[in-house]
Design a protein around this ligand. Sequence first.
Ligand code: SAH
Length: 227
Amino acid sequence: MQSNGTDEMYAAGREAMVRDQLVGRGITDQLVLEAMRKVPRERFVPEFERAFAYADGPLPIGAGQTISQPYIVALMTEALQLKGGERVLEIGTGSGYAAAILAEIAGEVFTVERVRELADRAAETLRDQGYVNAHVRHEDGTLGWAERAPYEGIVVTAGGPKVPESLRQQLAVGGRLVMPVGTSPSYQTLVKVVRSSEDRFDSTNLGEVRFVALVGKEGWREGNAGL
Ligand code: SAH
């Protein structure tokens, strides 16, 4: 087969991203690093942005939304402490990139997106990339995906005023949930919640972050999200 210069260029960018942005900042989970070495982020961003696919920041993906910074995807995925084979829920599919990273590690990934255009496009990208274990649903994700619960990992990639009660209830005992929580729709603290027993939830803070707003029944109200 003839070599493809462009694919090689992306592969080199991906390697450098993992080394400088992830390993360089303290990401150590080998499953996370392997997944991020593998998933072609350039396929999850709009075509005109592909040259910036491995830049150290978020990128616009349409509908006023963004694909998260690679480091933030790695940090949140690492916080889920996956070993492989788990059932994981993601709220905020966006481009589908984080879902692909999760699908490399977990057994089944259920991901919910409230913007139909994004949900449709992400489902197509995930299918094209062969992620048959990633399932996309167009819905208000603050209510979770109850039919497939419980989940050993839940990741919310948009910022809300509190951890939705529905998501707490859909977390398996022993499971981990990671979500940006804040009193304003655009500044948050990344919170990790471990469900240590049926009615005990232990929270820790992982740092300050900036995410787009989680809009829905158990999130910010539409039109009031500071967008
Ligand atoms: N994980 C994504 C980043 C998405 S940005 C990626 O890898 O590309 C956050 C996404 O959350 C946006 O697409 C936004 O539309 C979505 N979102 C906001 N509120 C939501 C809700 N209540 N349910 C589901 N998705 C929501």
